[in-house]
Design a protein around this ligand. Structure first.
Ligand SMILES: NC(=O)c1ccc[n+]([C@@H]2O[C@H](COP(=O)([O-])OP(=O)(O)OC[C@H]3O[C@@H](n4cnc5c(N)ncnc54)[C@H](OP(=O)(O)O)[C@@H]3O)[C@@H](O)[C@H]2O)c1
Length: 279
């Protein structure tokens, strides 16, 4: 039986087992996806002996997404450009790694807003952490014209400029309203708005009516940002779809079937999130 897992330290909160075990059952595949706590000191040994530990691959989460790079045989261009990985798979007896957050973000966006063209357009990105980097890498490949980044810690935007060049612009908070007048896309890639975290305090009034507002946060499923955007008549995309779409790549590599992101899967994971929120 093929087995995959998610490794992290700690690992208690991952919803990946729910997603992958749903697909295994749906496609009638004999396999298992489990949570596996791996400490930073055990990480090199675990990745170097993935098959001996019984796995065909794994997802990698906090705090190992950067540290894992040096213990993988082959990393792809996305990992090279973003400096982090989240999916490991075996080819023969060699480990290969990719990063699927950017792809998950993009596929979900296109699924929710069919026909959306980003060619030459302006995006406003709030946040400059790991997910912001993954999104920038994917938006550049989609032909985005300019990405204005707003972040609490401005030094992190300088790092993004150093990695991705002049397509990245620094957006000071007091310029947000004026600069949002010509934005096609607004993305929250911070934890603001997540249950138990501070609210994201921005004013959407200047965004054009054809702009799309995306929130990576998926607890709650509909954040205050998305509610405010809907109230203005803007198109909105929540974070749960990205989580589901980013899982597709790993599942196909490990189990040999390209799985579908369906409403049934969305509802299954959404129900789990709602159950947690009300417990
Ligand atoms: N839907 C999905 O599939 C998916 C995938 C990945 C991530 N996410 C979500 O995206 C969010 C960011 O994840 P990440 O991996 O990029 O995390 P990260 O690397 O830790 O970055 C966190 C970002 O949030 C900002 N931030 C955190 N608390 C803040 C506060 N109180 N006020 C202002 N800014 C604050 C940080 O600003 P500083 O630089 O100033 O610290 C940074 O820009 C999380 O909510 C995560 O759950 C969702």
């Amino acid at each position: 039986m093929k087995k995959a897992c998610v490794i992290g330290w700690p690992i208690a909160h991952s919803r990946s087992p729910l997603i992958h075990n749903y697909w295994l059952a749906k496609y009638g595949l004999e396999g298992l996806y489990e949570r596996r706590p791996v400490s930073p000191q055990d990480l090199p040994e675990f990745l170097q002996n993935l098959a001996a530990h019984g796995y065909v691959g794994c997802n990698v989460t906090i705090p190992h997404k950067e540290a894992a790079l040096q213990h993988i045989h082959h990393i792809d261009d996305v990992v090279r450009r973003t400096g982090s990985l989240n999916t490991v798979y075996l080819v023969g007896n060699k480990t290969h790694a990719t990063s699927t957050d950017g792809e998950g973000f993009y596929r979900n966006l296109i699924a929710m807003v069919p026909g959306l063209s980003l060619q030459g357009k302006r995006a406003i990105l709030i946040g400059a952490g790991g997910s912001a980097k993954a999104i920038i890498e994917r938006l550049l490949r989609a032909g985005i014209g300019e990405i204005c980044v707003m972040n609490r810690t401005s030094a992190r935007i300088e790092d993004l400029k150093a990695s991705f060049g002049s397509v990245i612009k620094i957006l000071p908070a007091d310029h947000f309203v004026s600069e949002s007048k010509s934005a096609a896309l607004l993305i929250n890639a911070t934890s603001q708005g997540m249950a138990g975290q501070p609210k994201l305090d921005i004013d959407l009034l200047a965004l054009p009516l054809d702009a799309v507002v995306v929130d990576l946060v998926y607890v709650p499923l509909e954040t205050d940002l998305l509610k405010a955007a809907k109230a203005r008549g803007l198109r909105t995309v929540g974070g749960l779809g990205m989580l589901l779409h980013q899982a597709v790549v790993g599942f196909e590599k490990w189990f040999g079937v390209r799985p579908e992101v369906t409403a049934e899967l969305y509802n299954l994971v959404a129900a789990d999130i709602e159950k947690e929120q009300h417990s």
